[in-house]
Design a protein around this ligand. Structure first.
Ligand SMILES: CC(C)(COP(=O)(O)OP(=O)(O)OC[C@H]1O[C@@H](n2cnc3c(N)ncnc32)[C@H](O)[C@@H]1OP(=O)(O)O)[C@@H](O)C(=O)NCCC(=O)NCCS
Length: 190
């Protein structure tokens, strides 16, 4: 069984590391922001209790290898600017789902591309995943663009899959295979 609580990954501008108690305020600032949560699978957080609960869940789930969630810490000032997660991990099918979010002040600077490149690299090479999926709101163009930039293919459209706070929305389902990822790495170094 793989465990994730001692794991961290480095990129030029970010440290990807497990969440810790001191992250509660940063998480709350992000997940209580209606703009960030516009297309999320839950409503904006009403209180900081949700942040404490997420950190507590991670402290149990990460050593158990249940899912892999990283906080994204900016190396310049150590602020928490987002999270990215591999979850719904199926060891039999070597498949996982990816989720990600950034504080709005950090959008449009390529941070998520940097974070997801490291996370996917880890998923495909160390976790030996064969397939990573992303379930996004089809109206979330920033998210779709981020996925397509990473080589994901839009594979499906699932009608009225979500009801969040009484609002019904569809799913655009994206997929990326280990073979897609490897082919891109090879073409990048040529
Ligand atoms: C979706 C989301 C994560 C995208 O994050 P992001 O960091 O802005 O996305 P990317 O890393 O793909 O980069 C986006 C932009 O940065 C630019 N960029 C790339 N590398 C860069 C660099 N080194 N320096 C500066 N800019 C850069 C890209 O050109 C791109 O610009 P463009 O969109 O005008 O072409 C972000 O909008 C978000 O958190 N949204 C709210 C939460 C959410 O919806 N999550 C997804 C749920 S499914």
């Amino acid at each position: 069984m793989q465990t994730f609580d001692q794991l961290s990954l480095h990129t030029p501008r970010l440290l990807l590391r497990p969440l810790r108690a001191e992250d509660a305020q940063g998480l709350f600032d992000m997940f209580s922001d209606a703009e960030v949560m516009r297309y999320w699978s839950t409503p904006p957080w009403p209180t900081i209790d949700e942040a404490h609960a997420m950190i507590a869940r991670d402290l149990n789930a990460m050593p158990a290898g249940e899912y892999l969630r990283f906080g994204l810490e900016h190396v310049d000032d150590q602020t928490l600017i987002g999270t990215c997660t591999l979850f719904s991990i199926s060891s039999t099918c070597r498949r996982a789902e990816v989720g990600y979010g950034l504080a709005s002040a950090a959008w449009g600077k390529g941070y998520m591309n940097e974070a997801l490149t490291a996370l996917l690299d880890y998923g495909f090479s160390e976790m030996k995943l064969n397939r990573v999926e992303a379930d996004i709101d089809p109206r979330n163009h920033a998210s779709a663009k981020s996925l397509e930039r990473l080589g994901f293919t839009r594979e499906g459209f699932l009608r009225e899959r979500w009801i969040v706070d009484g609002v019904v929305s569809d799913t655009a389902l994206y997929g990326l295979l280990q073979s897609d990822w490897k082919a891109r790495q090879t073409s990048c170094v040529q």
